[in-house]
Design a protein around this ligand. Sequence first.
Ligand code: HEM
Length: 305
Amino acid sequence: MIKYFPFTEKFDLKMGTSALSADQPFIECDVEYATEVLLKRKLLEEDHKYYFRANQNTDEAQWEVVEKVLTTLAAYYPELFKLEQKGNQWHWENQHLKEQQAFTFGDSTTLPLQPLDWVGRQIQEDLIILNKESILVAGQLCFPSGWSLEEKLNRHFLEIHAPLPPLLNPMIQTAGNFIERIPVTKTFIRNNWGFRIGNALDLSSKHTLLYRALLDGVGFQLTHDTVGNAVYLRVEHQTLSRLPVSGYILFTIHTYQSLLAEEAKNKDRMRILSSFLKTIPTELLDYKLMTPFAATLMGYIEQQQ
Ligand code: HEM
């Protein structure tokens, strides 16, 4: 079963943000840790500039992300990660992957990669940094749903969301104001959802044509008997926090996936989902690339309750 199930009986146009509780880490490690981190590293080796970008003058914020991620991992997963800090001399131990790294905090020459690129390879999350004007200035993004850094780097939050259907405009305007006011003391979460054929984690824009071909080929042919084992529920667990020194925003995305047939074992979830899907505007189904299999999906879910 998927960890986050962000559905209610009726679709609404709210942002869906809430505060992260103190006992919850903003970075999460699960059973997919090694597989996903190694996949990330492979993608970064193959096409580095596509998956990692950082503007000049983002070093301070990148180091703030290193600190926030490493201290969180060591505090919440002490059996997997250890962090020793003696002044600026830090020693990191990733027991999960049997790796170590010593470095001088704040001195990028002591790490093998840029700080954000290095720390992103320790976790399953994608990491995005926005400056104080809400412009995307750096990111390591391996598992996005239909976008890429090359399209969004140096773009404002509102411009980044321009491809969304107009009915979401008011929500995005509100979110833009919300982001400007995030305090240093609070982290916010939201869960974005989608349904996709297959479980490829990397759905970057460069794969969109291929995915659309799959959708046109397979999507329309799915039946009640095949949809459960072809379609995955994809939930992006996102967090938003303000970095204390630079004042920049850190946006993290942890992508969780679960086979529809697996979710269907939970009758209560199916009842909620069935009711929710009936209330989604068609332009949103289109944007989420669900139209070719939406009717089959809804019919299947209806019968699982
Ligand atoms: C409260 C904060 C936010 C809200 C309410 C929000 C809302 C949304 C919504 C509703 C979508 C459509 C996704 C879908 O239906 O599958 C979306 C897509 C997207 N969001 Fe956000 N978002 C937020 C923060 C961010 C941040 C901080 C970024 C940073 C870059 C971001 C980048 C994107 C991108 C790149 C897309 C895909 C756009 C495209 O189709 O090209 N979002 N967002």
